[in-house]
Ligand binder design. Structure first.
Ligand SMILES: Cc1ncc(COP(=O)(O)O)c(C=O)c1O
Length: 393
């Protein structure tokens, strides 16, 4: 078939997450779904908040005309205003609806921002391990990822980022709380990163932007909060979605926000609006835009994810696994007891435990466990985790 060579290559490489997902389907058919412990996908298992369904019912019964019509590419004014009001509760800067573009999830928001910023060959610094879809998004817009490994505790390696800056650097792309490590970057690190990027922007005579991917912002534990990048650096974008905190990943609703203090922010937003259109998204789903405008302060019950984290961490720690306890998101990124993380993940597979090798996130020697699953799945998988660890220790 006449599939483009680049796409053929991408299909062959496929992602590890997808491979595990497919392996899960095969194993579930063979052994029964209740006997396969699938920790491979970041698909939230909690149902959306009750208010979500109620809001949908009200919207369905709204007799106003043209509720499903085309709209301005940036999205509905009332929704953008609701997003700006929400952001203003969490940042010192004052956003308005003109700073917000509603998008098709965080993935859509990332593509909109990258397409808006990148000239062919422009470089984007990404701390690793990271969500590897970024590679495809970068390729979509002819950007070049420059990977900088994080510190052993998964915090930002700020001198490493500084050394990676070149005259082609257009942006630094961070994700906090992080997929796959669960790390939440500290306020001071963001402040120092902002200062560093400010220095290089002045040196290069053009802005080096900070893009902060934050779909897990509300999923944090032990009283932690996620510091604002808007407060740390004016040339910054936030991209996010309602996929994880409202458990709506299939509804494809999110947004991109520009720092209200960004230089030439009007041009940036106009570029994003155009990109939202010409990427074929046109606008974010209308019905969902109407719904989320009423749900800005809502989230699933985060305490339930914290309980899953603790169940998993306590269990794995007793089996001898080594890891850093995550501060947010719903992923654990333990070390594999052998260097070959693929072999270890395959050994877990033999116990019908599906995880993803850290190599799939450019974090070799680790594996990712997505614990957005039933508590029972975590409990029932533990003997298998223990048997495999015993084999290799
Ligand atoms: C770090 C990160 N960014 C972006 C996305 C994409 O989110 P969305 O489903 O809202 O497009 C994900 C999804 O797993 C993610 O983990």
């Amino acid at each position: 078939m006449a599939v483009a060579k680049k796409i053929q290559a991408a299909m062959e490489k496929s992602s590890w997450i997808r491979k595990m997902f497919e392996e899960g389907i095969t194993r579930k058919a063979k052994f029964g779904a209740e006997n396969v412990f699938d920790f491979s996908l970041g698909n939230p298992n909690l149902e959306p908040p009750i208010k979500f369904k109620k809001t949908l019912m009200d919207l369905v019964n709204d007799p106003s005309p043209a509720l499903h019509a085309y709209m301005p590419n940036a999205g509905l004014m009332a929704t953008r205003k609701a997003v700006a009001d929400y952001l203003n509760k969490h940042n010192r800067k004052v956003c308005g609806p003109e700073d917000i573009v509603m998008t098709v999830g965080a993935g859509g928001a990332l593509n909109v921002v990258l397409k808006t910023l990148l000239n062919p060959g422009d470089e984007v610094i990404i701390p690793s391990p990271y969500f590897v879809e970024y590679n495809f998004y970068m390729d979509n817009h002819q950007g070049v990822p420059k990977i900088v490994k994080t510190n052993p505790d998964f915090s930002l390696d700020l001198p490493g980022i500084e050394s990676a800056v070149t005259e082609r650097t257009k942006a630094v792309l961070i994700n906090s709380p992080n997929n796959p490590t669960g790390k939440v970057y500290g306020k001071e690190d963001l402040q120092v990163l902002g200062e560093l990027l400010g220095v290089y922007s002045r040196k290069l005579g053009q802005a080096v932007y900070l893009i902060s991917d934050e779909p897990y912002r509300k999923i944090v534990y032990d009283g932690l909060s996620v510091p604002s990048v808007f407060d740390a650096y004016p040339e910054s974008f936030v991209v996010t979605s309602f996929s994880k905190d409202l458990s709506l990943p299939g509804e494809r609703i999110g947004y991109a926000a520009v720092n209200p203090e960004m230089n030439d922010k009007g041009t940036a937003v106009a570029g994003m609006v155009l990109c939202n259109r010409v990427l074929g998204y046109v606008n974010a789903p209308a019905f969902m835009q109407r719904a989320v405008a009423h749900l800005m302060d809502e989230s699933v019950d985060i305490a339930l994810y914290q309980r899953k984290r603790d169940l998993l961490c306590n269990g794995l720690s007793e089996c001898g696994y080594e890891f850093l306890k995550p501060g947010g998101a719903f992923y654990l990124f333990p070390k594999t007891p052998i260097e070959d993380d693929v072999a270890f993940v395959q050994a877990l597979q033999e116990e019908n435990i599906l995880t993803v090798p850290g190599s799939g996130f450019v974090g070799p020697g680790h594996m990712r466990i997505a614990y957005c699953v039933d508590d029972r799945t975590i409990e029932k998988a533990m003997p298998g985790f223990e048997r495999v660890m015993k084999k290799y220790r």
